[in-house]
Structure formats: structure tokens, C-alpha cells
Write a protein that binds this ligand. Structure first.
Ligand code: SF4
Ligand code: SF4
Length: 155
């Protein structure tokens, strides 16, 4: 099963596909990268230059008050295709391209590194999704209840 969730740029799936990063940096451009308490703690040494406030709609989606700052559509940490502060990168970047909550398995619909020819266990991505898990379950539960029939087509 693979349902498209265009608003989230993700697929809802029943098992996680394989993945091998192509280092294309697509996930570092034109994306909402929420920052949670642990992310902000980790990045504290950089004096807040990297973050901006989320909009009300972004807060409803992610539960985060801050997000990574973008410049010309690119994350402020992005240097060509590399992350300047890879060891400090937010949890969202660490678990990308997966989001594994208590109720849902989600896979990025824009990542070219996804390999649908095999599946893998969800355990690693689940730990890294902890801070957004409840929020996404609430948002998705609401989204799936409200969507008009046929608006999210099985692929
Ligand atoms: S979009 Fe996917 S393949 Fe490209 S850098 Fe990000 S994780 Fe890797
Ligand atoms: S923090 Fe690093 S890995 Fe995350 S979006 Fe920015 S450049 Fe990419």
C-alpha cells in the first residue's frame, strides 16, 4: 500500500522501502525543517543565527516554534551539496527520508534515494521521529478523516 500525501510531500506506506542517499541535497532546499528543544540545545553554540520563527500553519503541522533559516530557498547550512554542520544537524535531517510514528510509516515522495525494490525494518527511524511523532499522528488522523473520497489515491 502506498498513499500519496502531497501536502506533506510524503507517502503513507505499510512497510519502509530501501534507501541509499544520492547526495543530491534536495532535502535541504525548499523544505520546512522544524527545530525542537534538543535541536536548539545542540545548535546553541551557533547563537541562533541559523533559525527563524515558524508560521502558525507550520506550527500546527510540526508543533515547533522555530525552523531552519532558508536563504534563496536553500538551508543556511548547505554548502553546495554538503551540510556545514553535519554533526549538529536537526533530528528531521537525521531521520529523512522517513518518518515513523506510533501509528504511521511515512516516506519522502521527493527523495531520489528511495528504492522500492526491497523493504527494511522501521526501528532506527522510529527513535529519530520521537519529537514529531504525536504531532504527525494527530495531523494525519485529522487529514485522513477530512479528505474527500478519492483525494489520496493508492499508487
Ligand atoms: S533528497 Fe534523498 S538522496 Fe537526496 S540528499 Fe536528501 S536523503 Fe539523500
Ligand atoms: S541542517 Fe544540514 S542536513 Fe539539515 S537541511 Fe540544513 S544543510 Fe541539510
Amino acid at each position: 500500500m502506498r498513499y500519496s500525501l502531497p501536502e506533506l510531500e510524503m507517502y503513507l506506506v505499510d512497510s519502509l522501502p530501501g534507501f541509499s542517499c544520492k547526495r543530491c541535497a534536495r532535502c535541504c532546499q525548499e523544505k520546512l525543517i522544524p527545530l525542537y528543544a534538543r535541536d536548539l540545545e545542540r545548535l546553541e553554540a551557533l547563537n541562533g543565527q541559523f533559525c527563524s520563527k515558524t508560521s502558525a500553519a507550520e506550527r500546527r503541522l510540526t508543533g515547533a516554534a522555530y525552523k531552519m533559516r532558508m536563504r534563496n530557498g536553500k538551508c543556511i547550512f548547505l554548502d553546495d551539496t554538503s551540510c556545514l554542520h553535519y554533526d549538529l544537524r536537526p533530528a528531521t535531517c537525521r531521520r529523512h527520508p522517513f518518518l515513523v510514528t506510533g501509528k504511521h510509516l511515512l516516506v519522502s515522495s521527493t527523495c531520489p534515494g528511495i528504492d522500492w525494490s526491497f523493504t527494511q525494518p522501521a526501528s532506527d527511524a522510529k527513535g529519530l521521529s520521537a519529537e514529531i511523532s504525536l504531532q504527525i499522528d494527530a495531523v494525519l488522523g485529522d487529514y485522513l478523516r477530512r479528505r474527500p473520497p478519492g483525494s489520496s489515491m493508492p499508487l
